[in-house]
Design a binder for this molecule. Sequence first.
Ligand code: PHE
Length: 469
Amino acid sequence: MSQRETWATRTGFILAAVGSAVGLGNIWRFPFVTSEGGGAAFLLIYLLFILLIGFPAILVEFVIGRKTKLNPVGALRELGGGAWKYVGYIFFVTAFVILSYYSVIAGWFVRYSLIGVTDGYDDAMAQYEDQAAEQETIPADILFDTVATGLDSMVFHAIFMAVTVGIVALGVRRGIEAAVKLMVPALIILLIGLAVWAATLPEAAAGYQYYLSPNFGEIVANWDELLPAAAGQAFFTLSLGMGVMIVYASYLGEDRNLAKDGGIIVTLDTGIAFIVGLIVFPILLTATPDPDGELLIESPIGAIFVAVGDAFSTVPAGTVLGVLFFGVVALAALSSAISLLEFVVAYLIDEHGVQRKVAALGAGGAIFLLGLPVTYDLVFLELLDYFADSVLLLLGATILVIFVGWIIPEVAKDELSKGIGPLGSSGEAWIWAVRIPIVIVLLVSLALGVMDYASFLTGDFADWISANL
Ligand code: PHE
């Protein structure tokens, strides 16, 4: 992506953006943070965030990119003046941090796909039956623990990172975009099939209750935790808050309707995450029924692995389907990981004149090292993931929204109208929303996110350090 070519077709752009957006955020992170947020209470806030903030914010990145046809650092410098270019450093750090643990989790998907090939999920689970009975949990929970940390986790992190580096170093992203065309429909079909199957489970109703029926008292009581968590998840899943969408839109022709393209991306991405919830919660509440309808698994972080692993150990042809499912998700993660590494590499090439191969290998190696502690203990996953989500992405998004709302509102409206026609009052509404309410909600979320992260550092993390060092 070094020359200023434009996307040959509209689908080319949408596919690349969807390839970046659809990934572990939808399949792994969404069910995990939803269960941490108590289910439906989280879902409601999250959906509101996507609609009222995620959608306007994706347009913010699109207009900056298409207007300047530059990378995020150059784009902010050109539109805002010299000091704005420093915002690019935050984006750089964000991509670096996210990819470090993203690769570890993608490695788990690769590993799970291989477990199907070597053992089959039924046999893999059978090994842990006694241990599970002892610990009052289900075998799928124990299997997840064995995959998540240790040597296996490290090796698969290395493999996944090596593939990502290879593709970015050779600059062969085009093939991946073609793969997205197959992968996203395949993923959707698999997910719908699983959701239909999950609906037939004995505790499906309890699962839906947990996932879909919010308790408003809970929302009011926990708003200070729900808000930053939902905000972070919304930006993470849409690849927003670090300039990735600025990059993609910089290759876009002026005849494209940004609002429509943004709408398609947001709908697909949110729809996929929503279906994942329809699968995970009925399965988990059936596998570990609880009279109070709470989720009883040891590792919420592994909710998707535990739920789907458990399901594939019982359904007919579960092994074949499982290999396919975990494999397709690993591919979806690969297209997102490539967008993250490409971002770091493009920055090193554009701003520091580093050679592509050197940049890919150097950055990839450093990112691999940063992710290593996660394979040792999952407390490091929280350390990196909360920092990226509750702090860095919210900070990046807040800055971009302030930039468009306050520094370049006229330019932004004008750019958005290209390919759409006169915007009239909806253009005003967009800028108005971006200028005041969205900035306020983001600032509040960011402040809460920083405080939550600080209490994690001084609480759980400090405890871990003093217990282990
Ligand atoms: N949106 C990706 C996902 O949901 C993750 C990502 C975040 C990719 C930020 C690029 C930038 O998995």
